[in-house]
Design a protein around this ligand. Structure first.
Ligand SMILES: *[C@@H]1O[C@H](CO)[C@@H](O)[C@H](O)[C@H]1NC(C)=O
Ligand SMILES: *[C@@H]1O[C@H](CO)[C@@H](O)[C@H](O)[C@H]1NC(C)=O
Ligand SMILES: *[C@@H]1O[C@H](CO)[C@@H](O)[C@H](O)[C@H]1NC(C)=O
Length: 498
């Protein structure tokens, strides 16, 4: 279907100005569309000589290009891998259906093509038991380090995902150093002891080498999940910004001298509200060690990412964790996720957007025995029940709508880059929009221009009345008109190379 769209565009290259929208993906508030594809052929929407602007007017400026995207996704916890691997043994057709629908990045596939996955190193609150890769107290030579302390189903599931998606960006990081490197003597809460800085850096290098030995190519490594959180009921650890800077500096040096110079280190990995403090201190102390920092949603707001960006505009920003909770309202959640994570975070310079657990059962389990986290059960992006049934949650549809906009168009081609988009008009508040350009391997092929649009005009006069918005889209002096249903729409066109 995409080939037809491209062929149509190419046939018109001599007309220069004729861009057309053929491809639309939609998720609507009433779930009549759920990541539903429509090909508008043979009646595409033409960009024409501009007329009056719509009540909302989306102005796309491809002359201003921002960050490269790496994609959208979730975390593959031990628990997520466990429910998926159980499904694989009881109903392998469903297992492969889920993995393909979530991860196949092939252009034209009816699939989300999620390209970002975050994997805990050692136990998290979603593991069967508490473990690190070296639980021998005082083993500063790390003689007993063993990457296979993690359950084999974790690596088996990750291998299956990589087999479907060779573009996958794997981000690994611990929820705690081994307990013996901490003042608490346990992975469950406590603070990192600076005397183990070099040992812990070696531990992280060995983790990378372990992943390499298992056949994984790792995009990024982190020092500590949520370094400002110490909780005695699950693996957590306080690590100060200056401690993290010292560990990162040592780790960077070890990675560079051990063949990992292409793997980046991402720092911070905690909430928006401290964007001007911890991550800024980290850069002041160790700017060259860290490619960037990552944010979670549990305090502050997405606009706090601007604070870090203003301080270090050349550093990468990632959004890597937020969780849904069972019992919340589907459409309210979609609005929040798009506004804050899957549209909002890229609009504040993030290269990624990701939820917490990839998969859990309908009770938000399995969890680490005894943990107090997710007191209201956490909802994964896909619920997988022990009887083999499954369903995709609002977290999935939100991520999928964003993912489709930034996937490489060509095999071996680049991901999308964010471009400038503004919304004008009386109803400009009704649409939240991000825009991307995806360049081509062959520079004479037309780049793809995509928009992700949330229409949240669901109570225009104070009472429930979902109202479609007919918007104009301005691009290179031409104008298209599209009526956005209340929900999320991803659409694109191709424009001649500039
Ligand atoms: C499968 O399990 C889920 C969760 O317990 C339940 O809601 C559903 O009805 C079950 N379906 C079948 C076909 O047994
Ligand atoms: C790039 O595309 C043009 C136009 O279709 C074609 O003539 C050219 O051979 C292509 N170049 C490569 C390297 O494939
Ligand atoms: C909301 O109220 C305005 C002003 O009364 C009216 O023009 C508009 O049609 C109403 N919108 C809807 C969707 O009812």
């Amino acid at each position: 279907m995409y080939f037809q769209a491209v062929a149509s565009c190419l046939a018109l290259t001599s007309a220069v100005t004729a861009q057309q929208i053929y491809d639309v993906w939609s998720t609507t508030w009433d779930r009549s569309d759920l990541f539903t594809y429509t090909n508008l052929s043979p009646n595409p929407i033409d960009f024409v000589t501009p007329g009056a602007t719509g009540s909302a007017d989306i102005v796309v400026n491809d002359g201003t290009v921002y960050q490269d995207m790496i994609g959208f996704g979730a975390s593959l916890t031990d628990a997520s891998a466990q429910v998926l691997s159980e499904l694989k043994s009881t109903n392998s057709d469903n297992y492969w259906d889920i993995l393909n629908y979530m991860f196949d990045p092939t252009d034209g596939a009816d699939a989300a093509g999620l390209t970002y996955i975050r994997v805990p190193l050692g136990a998290s609150d979603f593991s069967a038991n508490t473990y690190s890769f070296d639980d021998t107290s005082g083993d500063t030579n790390l003689d007993d380090f063993n990457i296979n302390n993690a359950p084999s189903y974790l690596y088996d599931t990750l291998k299956d995902i990589v087999g479907i998606n060779s573009l996958l960006k794997i981000h690994i990081l611990p929820w705690s150093p081994p307990g013996w490197m901490k003042d608490s003597g346990t992975m469950l809460g406590g603070s990192f002891l600076s005397q183990y800085t070099d040992t812990y850096a070696s531990y992280l290098l060995k983790s990378l080498q372990g992943y390499q030995s298992l056949g994984f190519s790792v995009y990024a490594i982190g020092i500590q999940n949520e370094p400002q959180n110490s909780d005695t009921t699950y693996p957590t650890c306080s690590i100060s910004a200056s401690q993290e800077a010292a560990i990162g500096t040592q780790l960077r040096s070890l990675m560079d001298s051990n063949g990992f110079s292409d793997t980046i280190i991402i720092g911070y990995e905690h909430n928006w509200n401290d964007a001007g403090e911890y991550p800024v201190t980290l850069m002041q102390d160790a700017e060259s060690a860290f490619a960037g920092v990552s944010f979670h949603c549990y305090a502050g707001s997405v606009s706090d990412q601007q604070t870090f960006y203003n301080a270090y505009p050349n550093k990468n920003i990632y959004f890597t964790e937020c969780t849904g909770e069972f019992g919340s309202d589907w459409w309210s959640d979609i609005k929040w996720y798009m506004d804050n994570i899957f549209i909002g975070s890229p609009n504040y310079y993030s290269q990624s957007g990701a939820m917490w657990n990839l998969a859990l059962n309908g009770l938000g389990e399995p969890k680490l025995p005894g943990t107090d986290s997710c007191g209201t059960p956490c909802r994964p992006i896909v619920t997988v029940n022990s009887n083999g049934t499954y369903n995709y949650n609002q977290e999935f549809y939100s991520a999928a709508q964003a993912s489709k906009a930034i996937l490489p168009k060509d095999s071996g081609g680049p991901f999308g880059q964010r471009i400038e988009v503004t919304v004008n008009g009386d109803l400009n508040w009704g649409l939240i929009v991000s825009g991307f350009v995806t360049n081509r391997v062959n520079s004479s092929d037309w780049p793809r221009y995509s928009l992700v649009v949330l229409n949240w005009d669901d109570q225009p006069n104070g009472s429930w009345d979902p109202t479609p918005i007919t918007a104009t889209i301005e691009f290179r002096g031409m104008q298209a008109t599209y009526t956005f249903p209340v929900g999320v729409t991803t659409l694109w066109w191709y424009g001649s190379p500039q």
